[in-house]
Design a protein around this ligand. Structure first.
Ligand code: PEP
Ligand code: MN
Length: 263
């Protein structure tokens, strides 16, 4: 179902009045995690002002350490809804497990399935039974074929609205958090009709590399970006080191628009 062989034209996933795929560039931006009303509303207004199309923010966080901030849970989802009401931006937030699936589905416009859950087949099937668009992130060590097979799990349950996300993979290199596999974009464009966006924040773990790799992602044909932004990265409860300050995000948006006009 994900193969271009049987479906030559690009899939366009509709979210509110936005379209992902088919040549236009969509930018999802916001904090790694929803931390408080003040934090989320501040960041939501900033990213909207700079031209972001959708608001990201984790309420249920898949943290490497169980002692790290785990997210605000449903309280975070309520804050996302509030930010959506004020800014009009659709929400993208992660669904981590079957137990919290229904509550996340009640609030979100896009169900994010994180890298660590890319092969959680029960979760993929559950997302496939809903009609909510799914943002499927590539697993930490997943091949492109495994990535597309996970999309197939969602689609084969009846949900064609899958957006892929390249977010960096594990390699021998440790300078960056992961290694952004830019070649995955043209490969996926060749073998699949699904839209694919890039997450340069988690791919690199370093804010200074986010803008250059965003430019590269658009240049190789990505359908959009998902970017972490924080007004006080040094105080962020998660992923501060890779979060862009507002003015840096504005600069990124400007650069990305110029490149998008050329491709
Ligand atoms: C995220 O986008 O919040 C996230 C945890 O990313 P990933 O699943 O790619 O690590
Ligand atoms: Mn993060």
């Amino acid at each position: 179902l994900a193969s271009r062989m049987f479906h030559p034209e690009d899939t366009i996933v509709k979210v509110g009045n936005q379209q992902i795929g088919g040549g236009n560039i969509v930018v999802m931006a916001g904090p790694c995690a929803v931390e408080s009303e003040e934090q989320l509303m501040t960041i939501a207004r900033i990213v909207k002002e700079h031209g972001a199309h959708m608001l990201r923010g984790g309420a249920f966080k898949p943290r490497t350490s169980p002692y790290s901030f785990q997210g605000l849970g449903e309280e975070g989802l309520k804050l996302l809804r509030k930010a959506k009401e004020e800014t009009g931006m659709p929400i993208v937030t992660e669904v981590m497990c079957l137990e919290t699936f229904d509550v996340v589905a009640e609030y979100t416009d896009i169900l994010q399935i994180g890298a660590r859950n890319m092969q959680n087949f029960a979760l993929l099937k559950k997302a496939g039974k809903s009609k909510i668009p799914v943002l499927l992130k590539r697993g930490l060590s997943a091949t492109i074929e495994e990535f597309l097979m996970s999309a197939e799990y969602i689609m084969s349950e009846g949900n064609p609205n899958v957006i892929l996300c390249e977010r960096g993979i594990r390699t021998f290199e440790t300078y960056t958090r992961n290694t952004l596999d830019l070649s995955a974009i043209p490969v996926i464009k060749e073998v699949s009709h699904l839209p694919i966006i890039v997450d340069p924040s988690h791919a690199t773990g370093k804010w200074a590399m986010v803008e250059p790799l965003s430019r590269a992602a658009i240049a190789v044909g990505a359908d959009g970006l998902i970017i972490e932004v924080h007004h006080q990265p040094e105080l962020a409860l998660s992923d501060g080191a890779q979060s862009l300050k507002p003015e840096k995000f504005g600069k990124l948006m400007h650069a990305v628009k110029r490149i998008a006009a050329l491709v």
